[in-house]
Design a protein around this ligand. Structure first.
Ligand SMILES: [Zn+2]
Ligand SMILES: [Zn+2]
Ligand SMILES: [Zn+2]
Length: 441
């Protein structure tokens, strides 16, 4: 798979839809931007008739002779891709949001619409995202998109509603009417007849006979003539063939075709489905990557959001302009973090980062702030101390972190470096933070 990353684009043989689905999942679900952003074209067959595949291919060819025709598309996607910056996100959710923004940016897409899709576990599939989740986890995409909306990266517009199984969150449900006593669906229903002349009320079976299809009243023996004139059908009676219970109101059950649970419909999980539009902030995120969701930060106690950090540094520069003091911004860089995270998974990564932040917290003053620029770059403020002392503290922190890694994560060749950068009054906070980060490249 990795060997495909060096090509400008990929042409898939579209004869087998199953095959194309499998390949698309491997490519669009990969974590390497050289793969998940790769221009893909389908040739032969009918794979592009699949609504989800149609959204995720960049064009279709009828023969190899047509390859020059998609040259411009390929070049445009790869050119836009080169504008993007790729960082390691702190969590799986942040990583997928980052990937989605990058995908939409390189395809110049502003809208993300749910596709009605019979193969989807939630009946609506979101292009690109669907291939980043296992089928049984597809419902989590609703929560993921809500994070993007809460973060101001997208706006949402109501589209439809789906109902999900309470147990496995699948929407492959079969709705049936059932006996309200034993839940059996094996029932018979009869009209109830009200005979006006004698006021008799009973199920239609009381009025029928075995010889003809005429209806006669069991009480007064008169033949029934016209509905609405001499009789009417005020309601229906249901009889359960399993428990013989007679009742007027069914319960409605939704049997899950994925896990087989029979859900009472009023307990189903109701989810609103939205269509989404990228905001200006979302486009910016596509360009510089999305490192963490607010929840990720909340879970790593003692850190602030990167946006907050930037604001604090901006005001610190204004403050030292008045006081002529010396303040620093510090970066701790975890080299090869990506390979390590791939090995320990999303939970292991969170635990590791929590440990590291705890160690840093213990070494700095409570007024100093810690943030994540990415999952491999931690930024700290060290205000009101000379740069020389800040760098000495950085060396102490690095030694502590190396000890922590040696004790808890041995066998992993993780390298940690760091430096303190003295804030100056000449350039903007933005530029100075970038200078610091770029000094590790
Ligand atoms: Zn019953
Ligand atoms: Zn009668
Ligand atoms: Zn289920």
């Amino acid at each position: 798979m990795e060997s495909l990353s060096k090509f400008d684009g990929i042409v898939i043989d579209g004869k087998s839809i199953e095959f194309v689905r499998m390949v698309m999942r491997k490519i669009r679900g990969n974590n390497n931007p050289d793969l998940y952003l790769k221009p893909i074209f389908s040739m032969n067959g009918n794979a592009h008739a699949d609504p989800l595949i149609a959204q995720l291919i960049d064009g279709k060819l009828s023969s190899f002779d047509q390859i020059p025709l998609v040259h411009d598309t390929t070049e445009s996607i790869n050119k836009l891709k080169n504008e993007l910056k790729f960082i390691n996100s702190i969590s799986f959710e942040a990583q997928v949001i980052s990937k989605l923004m990058g995908y939409m940016y390189t395809r110049s897409l502003k809208e993300l619409e749910p596709i009605p899709y019979a193969n989807s576990n939630t009946h609506y599939s979101f292009p690109f995202l669907a291939y980043n989740y296992e089928e049984q986890d597809e419902y989590q995409i609703f929560d993921l998109l809500q994070i993007a909306v809460d973060e101001g990266l997208m706006t949402a517009k109501y589209f439809d509603r789906v109902y999900l199984c309470t147990s496995c969150k699948s929407s492959h449900l079969s709705y049936r009417e059932a006996c309200n006593k034993c839940n059996s669906t094996n029932t018979n229903s009869f009209d109830i007849i009200h005979h006006f002349p004698c006021a008799y009320v009973g199920p239609i079976t009381d009025f029928t006979n075995d010889l003809d299809d005429k209806l006669n009243c069991p009480k007064c023996s008169k033949a029934l003539k016209h509905i609405g004139i001499d009789y009417d059908k005020p309601s229906v009676l249901h009889v359960c063939k399993n428990c013989n219970h007679r009742f007027q109101d069914f319960v409605v059950l939704a049997k899950c075709m994925s896990c087989r649970l029979d859900n009472p419909v009023e307990q189903l999980v109701s989810r609103e489905v939205y269509s989404y539009t990228l905001t200006k902030k979302g486009e910016d995120i596509a360009l510089r990557g999305y490192s963490s969701t607010p929840k990720d930060i909340e879970e790593i106690i003692g850190t602030v959001k990167f946006d907050t950090y930037r604001t604090v540094v901006k005001y610190e520069i204004e403050r030292i302009r008045q006081t002529e003091g010396s303040s620093n911004i510090v970066a701790i860089h975890i080299v090869n973090a990506g390979q390590f995270y791939a090995k320990v998974g999303s939970n292991g990564q969170q635990a590791f980062l929590r440990d590291i932040v705890g160690e840093i917290r213990a070494s700095i003053r409570s007024s100093d702030m810690i943030t994540f620029h990415s999952s491999e770059m931690i930024l700290i403020t060290m205000n009101d101390i000379p740069n020389k002392i800040a760098n000495r503290i950085v060396i102490d922190i690095l030694n502590l972190l190396r000890k922590l890694i040696d004790t808890n994560f041995k066998d992993l060749s993780l390298e940690i470096t760091g430096t303190a950068y003295q804030l100056n009054l000449e350039s903007s906070s933005e530029l100075q933070i970038n200078d610091l980060i770029n000094s590790f490249k």
